[in-house]
Design a protein around this ligand. Structure first.
Ligand code: NIG
Ligand code: FE
Length: 412
């Protein structure tokens, strides 16, 4: 018997395994008639059933009875820790007022900033809990949470700490991103560059010292930060040895994706206005293109991200919820799988890659998560489906049977 399997604590037999590993040459990286073992929270074996002898195995055997096993879902872009809600703004937008107009008149992100500043850390945790629970229940095993509704040193740190406290209550991997450069706070309205000074000279270094985030993000847009300001923030992030992410090309083409690719950003996100030159720049980097169909849908946008060109240049595509109160109050990554296909013409396989292997790359953790491969974390989902495409095709029907985090099973 293979040493690896023999040492495993638990094995799953009779699963159809969608590894999502690009090195496995089959749709969804699928392996038939394989057994998967876990030990110490990681995948310890992945072997053809013909090569093993179960009589010698004394650990726990789980019979998957022909169900499909996939990697845990990874939501690589959320703003789920915030206070309040913006249903009033939603109603305004239905009457024809645009997202940008609402932002310019002091609503939008800034109204959530006020609500978030008014909560203490524990209140923020409790207000955010139902959103995280919704993601966990549908199979998310890794989530990214951004700050960005504090916009002071104290309040940005409060959000990152709240994210950590909240996530610790669930079987979940957390990646935190500092988005202090989400918008210019009212206190700096007349001197935005001074706010960028604060972000670069105080907030980023402090977050790094306290180890409160793994990456830095910035919203590059006419209503937020300029290319030059983004570049300053990227430089500060690099100095602090933090990953780089950016909200780019959402409402206009600012060429921010090409700039970010030059810094080998982990991801560039939104991308409705991304052009071919930007995509060519992405191709030369390891940067992932993250699409956010929830925001496209919720804001009633019509310009779609250039999916065909991203495919042509072989840029990895991730798909995320962008869960936030203004442009995507949609606490479901499964819904994004469906929207990615229906709204952006992704294939179901591309959509699932976008929430597994490419999402892990967008968070700088491709070495340890995102595919079912020996040595990676045993974050796995067992689904009662006949075809992995059903994960993007159906929505709302309960098909998750087991949620496995670091090798531990929780029934769902
Ligand atoms: O990703 N683009 C900027 N940030 C969010 C929206 C935040 C908000 O409206 O509160 C986004 O769409
Ligand atoms: Fe966002």
């Amino acid at each position: 018997m293979n040493q690896n399997l023999h040492n495993s604590e638990k094995i799953w037999i009779n699963a159809r395994i969608a590894t999502m590993d690009p090195q496995v040459e089959a749709p969804y990286g699928a392996l038939k008639n394989h057994v998967i073992g876990v030990k110490n929270g990681c995948i310890s074996a992945l072997l053809p059933v013909t090569e093993i002898n179960l009589d010698d195995f004394h650990g726990e055997i789980i019979n998957a009875q022909g169900l499909w096993l996939t990697p845990g879902l990874i939501d690589s872009h959320t703003h789920l820790v915030y206070g309040g809600q913006r249903a009033g703004e939603f109603t305004q937008r239905l009457q024809g007022i645009s997202y940008a107009e609402i932002a310019k008149s002091g609503g939008g992100i800034l109204s959530t900033v006020t609500a978030t500043r008014n909560l203490d850390e524990d209140q923020l945790v409790e207000q955010s809990r139902p959103r995280l629970e919704a993601l966990v229940a549908e199979g998310v095993t890794t989530v990214e949470i951004k700050s960005g509704y504090g916009l002071t040193l104290k309040d940005e740190l409060k959000i990152l700490r709240a994210a950590e406290k909240l996530a610790a209550d669930y079987p979940l991997r957390l990646r935190r991103t500092l988005l202090a450069a989400h918008t210019v706070p009212p206190e700096y309205k007349s001197s935005p560059d001074r706010y960028v000074d604060l972000v670069c000279n105080e907030i980023i270094p402090q977050v790094a010292v306290e180890d409160l985030a793994e990456a830095v993000d910035v919203f590059c847009e006419t209503i937020a930060f300029s290319l030059e300001q983004c570049e300053r923030i990227f430089t500060a992030a690099q100095k602090a040895e933090l990953g780089i992410k950016i909200h780019a090309e959402q409402l206009s083409n600012s060429h921010a994706s090409a700039l970010a690719a030059g810094y080998n950003a982990w991801s560039v996100d939104h991308l409705e206005y991304l052009d071919e030159a930007g995509i060519a720049a992405l191709q030369k980097s390891e940067t992932v293109a993250t699409l956010l169909p929830g925001a496209f849908y919720f804001l009633g946008e019509t310009r779609k991200p250039p999916v065909d060109l991203l495919r042509k240049y072989r840029v990895p595509i991730a798909l995320a919820s962008d869960l936030n109160p203004g442009s995507s109050p949609l606490a479901s990554l499964r819904l994004m799988l469906n929207m990615g296909c229906v709204l952006f013409s992704l294939t179901p396989e591309e959509a699932l890659k976008g929430t597994t292997c490419h999402a892990s790359q967008a968070l700088g953790i491709a070495e340890t998560t995102g595919t079912l491969s020996v040595g990676k974390a045993a974050d796995m989902l067992l689904w009662d489906i006949d075809d992995p495409a059903q994960l993007a095709y159906q929505f709302g029907e309960k098909s998750l049977r087991q949620r496995i985090f670091a090798g531990e099973i929780s029934d769902v």
